[in-house]
Design a protein. Structure first.
Lengths: 511, 1007
């Protein structure tokens, strides 16, 4: 799969799993046998369930039925661009989340006034930052230059990303309700500063279902060093059914996906025994189903084992990067130890969306005071360290998606939980600042090379065209064909939305 | 907060594809009882009209700020003449009722609802008939007084329980029949899972099947209810409800080492069958209402069950807006937990505005904020023994009184007899004081530019602009001929932040490494580093002990937070006695390289030649007492004598305190918790303001403590004189359990029903408001609520009434004829089939493989490897945790519950992660869940263990296979299964066979 073939993709999605044979070239004949087996099983099971639902028997409520169905793939390819409420521009999303709060005035937010007044103590109305008292104004220690036809200012911490600015639409005045990592990360991911709410990916999975039977709708690739602030809380399905939670993939871990295969110690479980076991299980369940009519859960649970088997086949294939050419690997920075971990996750993200995952979230930075974007102490050294890890891979994935035609219907979002202060913390650090920060979008439905909004002369507060996570989420859902005010779920007495009671689509950045 | 209200959206957005929508719409139509069934009966407002109005009208015509001034949430509002001159509803006059004209209109400018599906002809006819009949509009069901209903006399000749008679009435009205009683195997399995969360052993089931006593079933029920496994099961349900876990959640997901006593409280309260009212009161204010009952204090762990935002509430600066917001939100968590759990109201909807549908004013919400204005989540100490508690209190009071006695010059302190004892004590202590010798400093320097200024006492104060890091050096000499150790004092100083002794904003310091060198005048260019073998400090910050200053690792350090504003001492002991040649100098180095200005603010070095250099009790005395101590008795002033006497009494009381049994700790909500760094109890409840749109920057009037005003006859505002945290909570607790508070008693009755039937009589267990479901059997619900309220007993008797009912004992088998009328089984024409939950599967496999460790209580078992993380949150590794570890043999209710890193198996099986209240678990069926049940290492291991048990008992494969079937499925293999089972076992082993059965629907579902 080195080139993108739209027809092949649509075929794969619309028919039950004929595509994974091409994915798994290494064990072709064996897998084809399995494929055929599962295809027939799945077909039977699905017909059974649909037939039953048509009869409207059974004894549980409509919502329970809906929960089962949400696990099912879209029935055919024809609706892929249909959207839920209006035609969709984007089929799927890759979100690159920079954990810790990227300093806007050291990356994309060019402020001549800050340079001019470097070293001065300027009263901008801050008496206390999150963890420190305000210091003096600090210009960026990095070199600013304009790039692309759009003339976007970028510092030299992002030399590769700078080459892609004409593809990006910048939100220059994003704001957060909080200056604290935990609530800030929750807010950017779920729209609420408190734990327990479903994240963007879960809402999308809930709203649109799956594009494929092979893979879950929502996959998360955490930083190779560890989980972000709030750990898996950021990928939670909250009160939505567990089916919508992000599947966490750790490509370098001994077991990259929890429970994807039998534990190491269980030597009695072999591929031969597994086939016989699933056969026997299917027989037991068929008899049980026959004796217990009118309960679609029994049928749905049988189908879940079939889906599981598909996932067991397709997941290792997605992670097998030997399928990629040396040139592609190099474009993502896999040939350099510094860029390889994040680059690998970006490349896997592309392979996931190619195979039908709706929403992939790739994280840079783990929770805690270092090895992320939380540069309190030393911007001149800490920021280039983390920026270098992502710069080439991000440019790489944008270029690769574009070359494969995937950028047409894939939305790429680069974001963080908040920005940083224009003044120093300690000697050369910067403290948290929810007042303003930068996010960019690229790809499906996005007008490249534009920017929307601006911060004040120092980059401290958003002043014009201010946007919140609500607006970003509303726009994202809009591009996926969803009206954010109509995607709701009743929980503890409230019809919850990703965008709470807020959110406006941002027309300025749409193509 | 999102308060969109379209009921239909739930469904359409769950099933976005058009085909599904059609299917589901059809399903839903059948789920609503057919209108023509009740055609002969008067229209039931609660069941027929209220849901229609809620679905179609309330989004715009709610309680707060309704469109066109028309609110459809109460009779008065709905019937009034509007500004337009019309009334929406004119009783007995459909023609004059504007509402009917609007819903029937076709003109889009007139038609209601203006968007979304219009009302059907049947619905309009129903409204017309209802108005024609007089438009009976009773108060919303849950706000009505709770009055014991009559038990219906149904036609059945058999003697039936009250529950069955209520259920029968519903069945008869819908021309349905109940199902026959299930067989005994099924009943035992059902009861065992239901009441214990464990599958039964085949031998126990066989004994029950063979029991011919007429009351065999009741006897079984009583036995199961009196078994402590009952409390464990109930506690787990309650833990879902109140989002109990043992870490803070959020980005600093710190383990709460002492949350577990609350879990043990729950188990004990259920097992001892505590009356429900007392159970409620103890959890809200047990510490205040039952001060002599330590377990009641533990109960307030309830208030702290939820998450806590450590960075916002403890670590960021006190003066930030984020801190204020976090406080309101933390109280919001407490309020929501209390009110959802006990009253099934959605009071949290009124944080930004009056509740849109229910009579809950924003003022009511902030009245509740005021109740908890002094409450914070924190670790609280308690004495399990009330006598010890009393003695501890006396000693604490004596200690607290001492400073006052000194300043008031209490003559009793100068009493001759006391002074004699003080004198003896001072002699003992004074000898120790002189052990430390000041050094004679020749040079001091700070590498990164701190200025060091010498003070009169020989100490140095660090000043100038504060560098991120620094290294202080000092060369000095001493008169001693040899030294065995040295002492670093870090002194408090009023000029330092938080009075020091550190220069960090919070008064802290981080000493990464120390070193001492001997400079021999014979070899001045070759200083010799002296070996330090041990270090001791009077106080160590958690995780930042003094040993870090001598471990050779510049990445670790000694800190003193939160004990800032005091002088601290560290003693460094040398490996050998070091002789000092004449003219020798010592060079001391203090490395402070942690960063962010964690520097020592004021310091002094001393040396000793004592045999065993160490800190003494005396060295922890305040400086003015030490000053008095070193004087000769003759030089001491009267003030000195007062201070010494007080210090003497203080150390005596402290010694007595130390002899008491150790305090226990529990994580609770109160204002009596142990301070944690800068996070301290507030002495007075904080002032609470009503916040415009919930925004802390827009405070309105100050709120008075109180609660909901919706209940007739119950005062909604508490005595403003309640100025402490505890009494305010106690007032709320009494309001909750007032017999006139129908919310509380109906709420618990419904939750118990839900446990047994998978769904409550009210389908929205934590929302009894206008947008919640109406009860399917309101009279039954009220009858059960009255039973719980009036009998003043625990909940066991209610469980017993339910599980001994015929309704509960029915078969669960589907029947086409009944399903055609009531597909949803709302009228309970059969028993429900449930899926085993995560805990039941794991615990049952332990039991069936005979490896369950049934010890109860105590600290939670960590079923993961925990290692220090990069910051607060530890690393948690489930994958590599030893599958044979004893921790895995305990019941799942004793697992350590990590909020943001849940166990992947439990997570896949819908065990909630405790970030949200979970009144009812999802029951999802997913591919990842199938993989989890197949490949969870614990289940795979249990399958093998079960197989090993069985193989050790029988030889022939066939016999082994039969035993496995009996254990897992409570049956023998059918004839048609025999051959394939035996073939499978012979080829793939018995362990794999167990694993297959364990994954089967027959095992996973309970009939």
């Amino acid at each position: 799969m080195n080139s993108y073939e739209p027809e092949a993709f649509a075929t794969r999605s619309s028919r039950c799993g004929t595509g994974s044979a091409s994915v798994l070239q290494t064990e072709k004949s064996a897998l084809n046998r399995e494929e055929r087996y599962w295809q027939s099983q799945w077909h039977t099971a699905r017909l059974g369930r649909r037939a039953w639902l048509a009869q409207l028997g059974g004894g549980f409520g409509a919502l329970a039925a809906a929960q089962l169905l949400a696990e099912e793939a879209a029935p055919s390819g024809q609706n892929l661009h249909g959207g839920l409420h209006h035609p969709a521009k984007a089929k799927r999303v890759i979100q690159l989340f920079m954990n810790g709060g990227v300093s806007q005035m050291d990356t994309f937010d060019y402020k001549p006034e800050l340079i001019k007044r470097h070293g001065e103590n300027v009263d901008i109305g801050v008496t206390a930052a999150a963890t420190s008292a305000p210091g003096s104004m600090m210009k960026s220690p990095f070199e600013w230059k304009q790039h692309g036809e759009c003339g976007r200012w970028v510092t030299n911490v992002f030399p590769h990303m700078a080459g892609q600015v004409d593809r990006m639409a910048f939100l220059m005045a994003m704001a957060s309700k909080t200056n604290v990592h935990g609530p800030g990360s929750y807010m950017q991911n779920t729209g609420f500063v408190l734990p327990g709410f479903p994240c963007v990916g879960a809402w999308i999975s809930y709203g649109l279902g799956k594009l494929s039977d092979e893979l879950p709708a929502f996959v998360v690739l955490p930083d190779h060093r560890g989980l972000p602030y709030n750990n898996t809380g950021n990928f939670s399905s909250g009160f939505l059914p567990a089916a919508h939670a992000g599947m966490t993939v750790r490509p370098n871990a001994p077991v990259p996906i929890a429970h994807i295969r039998a534990p190491e110690f269980a030597k009695q479980i072999t591929s031969q025994s597994e086939r016989a076991s699933l056969d026997l299980l299917a027989k037991l369940n068929e008899k049980h189903l026959h004796d217990h009519p009118g309960d679609s859960r029994l049928d749905a649970r049988m189908a879940s084992y079939e889906l599981a088997a598909r996932l067991q086949l397709s997941a290792p294939a997605v992670l097998d990067l030997t399928q990629e050419t040396a040139a592609t690997q190099a474009a993502y920075g896999l040939d350099d130890d510094i860029t390889a971990p994040f680059g690998r996750n970006c490349l896997i993200a592309r392979r996931l969306i190619e195979r039908g995952t709706r929403f992939v979230q790739v994280w840079s930075g783990m929770g805690g005071p270092s090895k992320n974007w939380d540069n309190h102490t030393d911007i001149p050294n800490e920021l280039p360290f983390i920026a270098k890890q992502v710069d080439k891979p991000i440019a790489g994935i944008l270029q690769d998606l574009a070359e494969r035609g995937l950028l047409e219907d894939t939305l790429v979002i680069w974001t963080t939980e908040f920005g940083r202060m224009p003044f120093t913390q300690g000697a050369t650090g910067r403290d948290h600042n929810g007042g303003s920060f930068v996010t960019w979008l690229a790809g499906a439905g996005i007008r490249g090379g534009v920017s929307h909004g601006s911060s004040d002369e120092f980059g401290y507060q958003a002043v014009e065209g201010k946007t919140w996570c609500y607006d970003l989420h509303a726009t994202l859902l809009h591009l996926l064909g969803i009206d954010h005010t109509r995607l709701t779920f009743r929980h503890n007495g409230i019809d919850r939305r990703l965008t709470d009671v807020h959110g406006h689509v941002i027309p300025e950045i749409l193509a | 907060m999102n308060c969109a209200t379209r009921r239909d959206i739930d469904i359409t957005s769950t099933s976005p594809k058009r085909k599904r929508r059609v299917l589901l719409a059809a399903l839903i139509c059948l789920a609503i009882p057919c209108a023509n069934l009740s055609a002969a009966n008067p229209i039931d407002f609660d069941r027929e009209i209220a849901p229609l109005v809620a679905a179609k009208c309330l989004k715009c015509h709610g309680a707060a700020g309704p469109e066109a001034g028309l609110s459809l949430t109460s009779r008065e509002a709905a019937f009034k003449i509007l500004a337009s001159g019309h009334a929406a509803i004119v009783p007995s006059n459909p023609e004059a009722s504007e509402l009917l004209r609007r819903v029937a209109a076709s003109d889009p400018d007139v038609k209601m609802p203006p968007s979304g599906p219009a009302l059907s002809a049947a619905e309009i006819a129903l409204l017309r008939r209802w108005i024609m009949d007089g438009a009976t509009w009773p108060e919303h069901w849950v706000y009505r007084p709770l009055v014991r209903p009559m038990i219906p006399n149904t036609s059945s000749a058999e003697e039936k329980s009250a529950i069955d008679r209520f259920i029968d009435l519903g069945l008869q009205q819908h021309r349905l029949n109940s199902a026959p009683e299930a067989d005994r195997q099924t009943l035992y399995r059902r009861l065992s899972v239901d009441l214990h969360g464990l599958l039964p052993l085949p031998a126990d089931v066989a004994a029950f099947v063979a029991d011919s006593a007429p009351d065999a079933y009741e006897t079984l029920v009583d036995r199961l209810l009196s078994d402590p496994r009952y409390g464990e099961r109930q506690a787990r349900h309650w833990m879902d409800l109140v989002h109990y876990a043992e870490t803070h959640g959020h980005d600093q997901d710190r383990p709460r080492e002492n949350a577990w006593p609350y879990r043990d409280y729950l188990i004990q309260a259920f097992n001892e069958d505590l009356p429900y009212g007392r159970f409620v009161e103890q959890q809200v204010a047990g510490d205040v209402l039952e001060p002599d009952h330590p377990w009641a204090l533990v109960a307030t762990g309830f208030l702290a069950a939820g998450p806590w935002d450590e960075s916002s509430l403890r670590d960021i600066r006190e003066d930030t807006l984020d801190r204020q917001i976090a406080r309101y939100l933390d109280r919001d968590d407490i309020i929501t937990t209390v009110m959802s759990t006990f009253t099934s109201t959605t009071v949290h909807c009124a944080r930004c505005h009056d509740h849109k549908f229910d009579p809950i004013a924003q003022d009511d919400y902030y009245a509740l904020q005021a109740v908890f204005a002094g409450t914070d989540k924190g670790q609280r100490t308690y004495d399990p023994d009330p006598q010890t508690a009393k003695r501890r209190l006396e000693l604490a009071q004596q200690l607290a009184a001492l400073p006052g006695r000194v300043s008031n010059r209490d003559a009793a302190l100068l009493d001759a007899e006391l002074q004699t004892r003080v004198a003896q004590w001072t002699v003992q202590l004074a000898s120790a004081v002189k052990r430390w010798q000041p050094v004679d400093v020749q040079t001091v320097a700070a590498k990164q530019g701190s200025t060091l200024t010498r003070m009169d006492d020989g100490s140095y104060v660090s000043g100038g602009s504060r560098p991120e890091t620094d290294i202080y050096e000092c060369t000095a000499s001493t008169e001693l001929a040899s030294i065995t150790g040295w002492q670093l004092e870090v002194l408090s100083d009023p000029q330092l932040p938080m009075k020091g002794p550190g220069r960090q904003d919070n008064g802290n310091l981080h000493l990464n490494e120390v070193a001492v060198f001997l400079i021999d005048p014979a070899q001045p260019d070759a200083p010799r580093k002296l070996d330090i073998v041990s270090a001791e400090a009077d106080f160590n910050q958690d995780g930042w002990t003094i040993s870090h200053a001598i471990d050779g690792n510049a990445g670790s350090a000694w800190g003193i937070y939160p004990r800032v504003g005091e002088t601290h001492r560290a003693v460094f002991r040398l490996k050998d006695r070091v002789p000092l040649p004449p003219g020798a100098q010592l060079r001391f180095e203090l490395h402070q390289v942690h960063g962010r200005g964690h520097l020592i603010g004021r310091w002094r070095v001393q040396v000793t030649d004592d045999e065993t250099p160490q800190l003494t009790a005396e060295e922890k005395l305040p400086s003015e007492v030490r000053a008095a101590l070193i004087k000769t008795p003759a030089d001491r002033t009267a003030d000195d004598c007062l201070r010494l006497a007080a210090a003497f009494l203080e150390q005596q009381s402290k010694a007595d305190l130390a002899k008491l049994p150790a305090l226990q700790r529990v994580y609770t909500g109160s204002n009596r918790f142990e301070p944690d760094g800068g996070f301290r109890p507030t002495p007075q409840p904080r002032p609470i303001h009503v916040l415009k749109r919930g925004d802390v920057t827009q405070p309105l009037a100050q709120a008075q403590p109180g609660t909901l005003a919706m209940l007739a006859g119950l005062p909604s505002r508490f005595d403003p004189a309640l100025t402490d945290d505890g009494p305010r909570r106690a007032a709320l607790a009494r309001w909750l359990t007032d017999p006139a508070n129908g919310l509380t008693w109906r709420s618990i009755a419904n939750r118990i029903w839900q446990q047994h039937f998978g769904r409550g009589l009210v389908d929205t267990p934590s929302d009894f408001g206008h947008l919640g479901s109406s009860p399917s059997h309101p009279e039954l619900l009220d009858w059960m609520a009255c039973e719980i309220r009036d009998r003043d007993r625990g909940l066991k008797s209610m469980h017993r009434l339910i599980v001994t009912s015929r309704t509960y004992r029915q078969q669960s088998q589907h029947r086409e004829d009944a399903a055609a009328v009531d597909a949803d089984n709302r009228w309970l024409w059969r028993m429900v089939r449930t899926r085993l939950d995560a805990e039941t599967i794991r615990d049952s496999m332990l039991k069936l493989s005979e490896s369950l460790d049934d010890r109860m209580g105590g600290p939670s078992v960590r079923q993961f490897i925990q290692t220090p993380g990069i910051h607060v949150t530890p690393n948690v590794d489930y994958a590599n945790f030893d599958v044979d570890a004893p921790a895995f043999s305990r019941r799942s209710v004793y697992r350590f519950l990590f909020r943001t890193i849940p166990d992947p198996f439990m997570d896949a099986m819908d065990c909630p992660d405790a970030s949200q209240l979970t009144p009812k678990r999802n029951e999802s069926l997913t591919a990842l869940q199938a993989l989890a049940t197949l490949n969870d290492k614990l289940l795979v291991r249990r399958a093998s263990q079960l197989a090993e048990r069985v193989m050790s008992k029988h030889d022939p494969v066939e016999r082994q296979m039969i035993d496995v079937c009996q254990r897992l499925l409570l049956r023998d293999p059918r004839p048609d299964e025999l051959t394939s089972f035996v073939n499978y076992v012979q080829q793939h082993g018995l362990g794999n066979f167990v694993r297959v059965l364990m994954n089967s629907n027959e095992f996973v579902f309970v009939d």
